[in-house]
Design a protein around this ligand. Structure first.
Ligand code: BG6
Length: 474
C-alpha cells in the first residue's frame, strides 16, 4: 500500500538517556541521575530506590549520556542526512524546574530546548515531545513522595504551562507521560514512587497513576487552551499478551493481562475507568481516592492519538509447564514463546505481533496510532575498516515495517514510525551503552570510555532509502 506523503518516519530518544550535562546550566538531579550501570546493580536500584538513594556508585551513565546536550547540532545534521521527518525526544523536567516545586523556571534550560527545537525545524523535522520520560526530579521524590502525592499534579501542570507557552506554537505533537502503564511494573521509573514495606504496593501505584491520569487530562485541556492545533497523545508500553495454550485458563489469563495493560489508556482515550477496573481494584485491595471533579476532568479531556512502544508480543499462562520459562518483557513479565527468536538480552522478536497489537489497539479505540518506539537492542562490532554491518537490525526493522504496513492495510490509521534510539544511547533498563539501538554508532562503552565519535551504520543507509521511497523499498 502507498503511505500518505505526510507519514512521519523518524527516530526517538529520551533526554535522560542521551543529553548528559546532568548538572549543567542549572539542571537539578532527576531519578535517572542516581541510578548506576548494570554492573553496579541498576536492577536493584530501580526496584529498591530507597536502598539505592543511600549509596554512592562509581559510575552513573546518565551524567554524560552521549553528550547530546553539546552535540545535538551534529546529531541532528546526521539524522537529517538520514532523511527523518520526525524526532521524538523528551524535555528534562529538572532542566526547567531543577527541584520541581519552584514557581519560576530555569531560563537556561528553556533556552537549550529553544535551540534544539529550532534546529529540528530548520531541517523541517517535526519534533514529537514527551513531557515526562522516567525522569522525575529527585527533590519531588524525597520531599513529597512524587506521584503518590496529589500535590505533584500542580507541580507537573506548572511545568506543562511553561512548556506549552514557550513551545506550544511550534510543536504540534505532545505526549504527557512515557509508557504510562510502566508505573505498575517499575513504580520508581514510572512515577518516582517508592513503596514502604508496610504499604500495599498496588494501592500506592494505582493511586499515583490516578494522579497522573488527572494531570494528563488537565495538561491536555491546558495545551488546547494555548493552541487548539496541538495534538496530545497517551503512550503505552504495548505488546499484546498471547495465551500460552488454548486452555481456557490461559486464554482468560491473557484477557486479564491485556486489560491490566490497557487500564490507564482506556481512561485517557475513553475518558473514564473501564468497566473491568473495579474487578482489578477489588482483587488488589485498592481504593482510588478521587476528588470532586476528577471524573469530569477525565471525561472532558481525552487524548487525540495513541502513541506506543512495541518491542515484542507477550505470553502468559497459568500451568506449571508455562511458568517454567520467563523471558525479558521490557520490564513486563512474559513467558518464552517457543515460536520466536530471542535477543542476547532475552527479548523476543515478533514482527507479526506488531500487526496484532495495532489491530487490537485500533479496534478498541479507533483513534490514530503512532509508533513512537520500535527497535532492536544489539551488540555491534566495528570492523577494522571502521564499518558497522548491522544486517540483523535491518532485518528487524524491515519485518516490523512490513507488519505495520499490513496493519494499515487492515484499516489501522497510523501517523508514523519512530525507531527507538535512532542514535545509540544509554539503555533505560540496563544503563548500558553496548545494548545499541541506533543507526548511528556512538563510540562509548558501558563504563563511560570512548571518544563519543559518531559513525553511520549500514542501517543508516538502509533507513535513508526507506524514508526516501516512503516505505516502498524495504
Ligand atoms: C522503553 C522506554 O521502555 O524501552 C525507553 O521508553 C527504553 O526509555 C526502551 O530505552 C528500551 O529499553 P532498554 O531497557 O533496552 O533501554
Amino acid at each position: 500500500m502507498n503511505l500518505k506523503e505526510d507519514f512521519l518516519w523518524g527516530g526517538a530518544v529520551a533526554a535522560n538517556q542521551c543529553e548528559g550535562a546532568y548538572l549543567e546550566d542549572g539542571k537539578g538531579l532527576s531519578l535517572m541521575d542516581v541510578l548506576p550501570s548494570a554492573e553496579e546493580g541498576r536492577k536493584e536500584a530501580m526496584y529498591h530506590p530507597e536502598v539505592a538513594l543511600k549509596k554512592t556508585y562509581k559510575y552513573y551513565p546518565s551524567h554524560e549520556g552521549i553528550d547530546f546536550y553539546h552535540r545535538y547540532r551534529e546529531d541532528l545534521a546526521l539524522l537529517n542526512a538520514m532523511g527523518i521527518k520526525a524526532f521524538r525526544t523528551s524535555i528534562s523536567w529538572t532542566r526547567i524546574f531543577p527541584n520541581g516545586d519552584e514557581e519560576m523556571p530555569n531560563e537556561k534550560g528553556l533556552e537549550f530546548y529553544d535551540r534544539l527545537f529550532d534546529e529540528c525545524l530548520k531541517y523541517g523535522i517535526e519534533p514529537v515531545v514527551t513531557i515526562s520520560h522516567f525522569d522525575m526530579p529527585i527533590h519531588l521524590i524525597q520531599k513529597y513522595g512524587a506521584w503518590s502525592n496529589r500535590r505533584t499534579i500542580d507541580f507537573y501542570l506548572n511545568y506543562c504551562k511553561v512548556l506549552f507557552e514557550r513551545y506550544g506554537q511550534k510543536i504540534k505533537y505532545w505526549i504527557t507521560f512515557n509508557e504510562i502503564n510502566m508505573i505498575t511494573h517499575i513504580p520508581f521509573f514510572g512515577g518516582g514512587v517508592t513503596v514502604g514495606a508496610d504499604e500495599n504496593a498496588n494501592q500506592v501505584t494505582y493511586q499515583a497513576a490516578h494522579h497522573q491520569l488527572v494531570a494528563s487530562a488537565l495538561a491536555t485541556k491546558m495545551a488546547k487552551g494555548i493552541n487548539p492545533e496541538i495534538q496530545v497523545g497517551c503512550m503505552l508500553a504495548a505488546g499484546s499478551f498471547y495465551p500460552y495454550s488454548c486452555a481456557p485458563e490461559d486464554v482468560w489469563a491473557a484477557t486479564e493481562a491485556n486489560q491490566n495493560m490497557y487500564l490507564f489508556i482506556d481512561v485517557q482515550v475513553r475518558g473514564k475507568y473501564p468497566s473491568y477496573a473495579d474487578r482489578i481494584f477489588k482483587a488488589e485491595n485498592v481504593v482510588i481516592r478521587k476528588e470532586e471533579g476528577d471524573d469530569e476532568v477525565l471525561r472532558e479531556n481525552t487524548v487525540d492519538y495513541i502513541a506506543f512502544s512495541y518491542y515484542s508480543s507477550r505470553l502468559i499462562g497459568v500451568g506449571p509447564e508455562a511458568l517454567k520459562n520467563v523471558a525479558d518483557g521490557n520490564a513486563i513479565t512474559t513467558l518464552k514463546n517457543p515460536h520466536l527468536d530471542i535477543t542476547p538480552w532475552g527479548r523476543q522478536i515478533d514482527p507479526l505481533g506488531l500487526r496484532t497489537t495495532m489491530n487490537d489497539l485500533y479496534g478498541r479505540y479507533e483513534k490514530p496510532l503512532f509508533i513512537v518506539e520500535n527497535g532492536l537492542g544489539a551488540f555491534d562490532q566495528v570492523s577494522e575498516a571502521g564499518q558497522i554491518e548491522d544486517d540483523y537490525r535491518i532485518d528487524y526493522m524491515r519485518k516490523h515495517i512490513i507488519a505495520m504496513k499490513q496493519a494499515m492495510e487492515d484499516g489501522v490509521e497510523c501517523l508514523g514510525y519512530l525507531v527507538w534510539g535512532c542514535i545509540d544511547l544509554v539503555s533505560a533498563g540496563g544503563g548500558e551503552m553496548e545494548k545499541r539501538y541506533g543507526m548511528i554508532y556512538v563510540d562509548r562503552d558501558n563504563r563511560g570510555h570512548g571518544t563519543l565519535e559518531r559513525k553511520k551504520k549500514k542501517s543508516f543507509y538502509w533507513y535513508q532509502k526507506v524514508i526516501e521511497t516512503n516505505g516502498e523499498v524495504l
